[in-house]
Design a protein around this ligand. Structure first.
Ligand SMILES: Nc1nc(=O)c2c([nH]1)NC[C@@H]1CN(c3ccc(C(=O)N[C@@H](CCC(=O)O)C(=O)O)cc3)C=[N+]21
Ligand SMILES: [Mg+2]
Length: 296
């Protein structure tokens, strides 16, 4: 059996186009474009590439990209000051502070300084709490992108058994909350789980987000399961995910590739969140079901 390869790149392009299609109405209503501020501290090459890609995608969607590049000697106080100014700037709807920050910076303090209604990463504890309690907020981009990919395979997610591999605040935990919101039966396995593969083997849906190349072997996947690979690991042989793709694609029913799977959805969802934040701040109504796709 050979799995359906979930084309994240194409699905992300469609989402970006649906977001871009809403921008003229926002401009007409408000006299301005939605604005996304991205803050990059230091010289990390991979981060610089992501930030450049985000800026290009933002402009292509008709939004304003405001980029702040700061030296790796930037202090927590300086970052808090910048975040305060972005919070107060009416032209800024979304604020993304690229992680990881230099070790000397208090990352949590910076995240908590962002106005939750401009927190397009969905990392602020207020947005984590809103997600956990069923309130409208801003949802982390990568897990949201995974849900949108899953809906292309499973128009009805309710009742499916989902296993999330990893429990980070950025992916694993919000992923579990989103799957729960879709009425999946959710299990989270992590580094202290006694037999992670035994749980994964039961899953209709596997979301792998541990950051270990090839951590999930084909033998751990139930035949026909849908596998979403969040891992982006740089190895000698190039970018690889957390799933043994070659072998798993012979067992799974559907699987995301790396690259070309979840990564492009993260950026598309960032634009989607920026539009959502802008519309909420301005009191402009949006049809989210249409933006997120027909099955939403
Ligand atoms: N505050 C914050 N928010 C983030 O969302 C955030 C962050 N910090 N720090 C870094 C990670 C990483 N990240 C990616 C986004 C897109 C791709 C992506 O588009 N990947 C492509 C190609 C990647 C490549 O070729 O390097 C793909 O998977 O096909 C990957 C990774 C967002 N992050
Ligand atoms: Mg873990």
């Amino acid at each position: 059996m050979s799995a359906t390869i979930i084309n994240g790149k194409a699905i992300a392009a469609e989402l970006r186009a649906r977001v871009a299609a809403q921008v003229p109405a926002f401009r007409d209503a408000t006299g301005r474009a939605p604005g996304l501020a991205v803050v990059l501290v230091g010289e990390d090459a991979a981060s610089a590439v992501y930030v450049r890609n985000k800026g290009r995608a933002t402009r292509e969607a008709g939004m304003e990209s405001i980029e702040h590049r700061l030296p790796d000697t930037t202090t927590t106080a300086e970052l808090l000051d910048l975040v305060g100014r972005l919070n107060a700037d009416p032209a800024v709807d979304g604020i993304l502070v690229q992680l990881p920050l230099p070790a000397a910076v208090d990352t949590q303090a910076v995240i908590e300084a962002i106005d939750p209604d401009k927190d397009v990463d969905g990392f602020h504890p207020v947005n984590a709490g809103r997600l956990a309690t069923g309130l409208d907020g801003l949802v982390p981009c990568t897990p949201l992108g995974c849900i949108l990919l899953l809906r292309t395979i499973h128009p009805h997610l309710a009742g499916l058994e989902a296993v999330v591999v990893g429990r980070s605040n950025i992916v694993g935990k919000p992923m579990a909350q989103l799957l729960l919101r879709e009425s999946c039966t959710v299990t989270v396995v992590h580094s202290r789980t006694r037999d992670a593969f035994a749980h994964i083997r039961q899953a209709d849906i596997v979301v792998a987000a541990v950051g270990i190349p090839g951590f999930v072997p084909a033998a751990a996947i139930k035949p026909g399961a849908t596998v979403i690979d969040v891992g982006i690991n740089r190895t000698d042989t190039g970018l690889v995910g957390d799933v043994d793709f070659a072998a798993a694609s012979e067992v799974a029913g559907a699987i995301t590739p790396v690259p070309g799977g979840v990564g492009p959805m993260t950026i598309a969802c960032l634009l989607r969140n920026t539009l959502v934040a802008a519309a909420r701040r301005e009191g402009v109504s949006l049809d989210l079901a249409t933006i997120d796709g027909a099955a939403a």
